[in-house]
Design a protein around this ligand. Sequence first.
Ligand code: COA
Length: 313
Amino acid sequence: MSKKYSRIISTGSYLPEKILTNYDLEKMVDTSHNWIFERTGINQRHIADENESTVDMAYEASLKSIKKSNINAEDIDMIIVATTTPERAFPSTAVLLQNKLDIKDCFAFDINAACTGFIYALDIADKYIKNNSINNILVIGTEKMSTLVDWSDRNTCVLFGDGAGSVIIGSSNNPGIISSTIGSNGNYKDLLTVNPDSDFIEMKGNDVFKIAVNTMGKIARETLDQHDLKIDDVDWLIPHQANSRIISAIAKKLSLPSEKIIMTVGNHGNTSAASIPLAIDYAVESGDLKKEDTILLEAFGAGFTWGSTLLKF
Ligand code: COA
C-alpha cells in the first residue's frame, strides 16, 4: 500500500464587519496611531458583534473552505477547533460547529494552545490522517479576543482582534505536510496570561517579544536542518501574526527576504489561534500562494507554547 500523506485541500476565512482602527483607539485610551503602528505594525483589527460567537465565525470560515473544496460537509470525518475563547465551557466549540454544519457522522473536539493552537491542531490532523482511516478533517482557528481584553488597558487592548480561519485537510498520495514540531514550557505561565481574578489578558510584553523571536528563529532553523533545506527552498513563511517587528526579527535571523513573508497583522491584529489560517487564506485569495509552494508555518503563544509546520501547499 502506498504511503498516506495529509494535505491542505482548501482554505476559508471570516472577519467580522466592524473595524477598529488605531485612530478609534486614540479616543478610548491614552495612545496614538504612531505608537501602535511603529511598535507592532498594526493599523486596524476586526471586532466581533456582541452576539457573534467563535462558533458563528468558525461556521462562516468553514462554509468557505467547504465550498472551495471538492467535498461536502457530510464527508468531513473530524473537526478540530483551536480556540482560547470558546462560546461555552462545554459542549466544545467544535461540537457546536458540527451541529451548525449539520454533520451527523463525525467526531469533534477543541484544543487550547493559545496562539499556537492552529499548529497543534494541524499536527493532530496530520497524525490522524497518516495513522487512521480518516480522510477529511476540518481544522479551524477561531477567536473572539475582544472578550479577553481590558479596553481600558493600553498595554494590551491595541494588540488583539477577532476572526476565524479554516482549512480542510485531506489524505493524499503526495506529501503535503512534511513535518510538524510542537512544544511548550509552563515555567513562563505568568508572562502572558488571562488573570483569573480579572479575566483579562496580562502580559510582560518585552519578555514575550524576546523569547518569541528566539524560539521561533530556533525552531525554523531546526525544521529546515532536519530536512536538509536551505532558506532559499522556502517559498513562504507564514508566521503567527502578533507583531510585525517579531516577524521581521525572525526573518532577519533566517536571512529570509521580506517578499517571502505573508504579513496580515497590519489589518487583523493578533487573532491568536485564528491568525495563521487567516493568513493562509489571505495568501491563497491574493494569488500569492500557489500549488506545490513550500511553506513554513510558525507560531508562539501563551504557556509558552510553540510550533512549526513544513508543508507543500
Ligand atoms: N500607547 C502608548 N504608550 C504605550 C502603549 C500604547 N498602546 N502601551 C504601552 N505604552 C507605554 C508603556 O506604558 C511604557 O510607558 P512607561 O515607559 O512610561 O512605563 C512605554 O509605552 C514602553 O512600554 P514597553 O512595554 O517597553 O514598549 P515596547 O517597545 O516593548 O512595546 C509591545 C510594547 C507590547 C508592543 C511589545 O513589547 C510587544 O509587541 N511584545 C510582544 C507582544 C506579543 O506579541 N504578544 C503576543 C505573543 S503571542
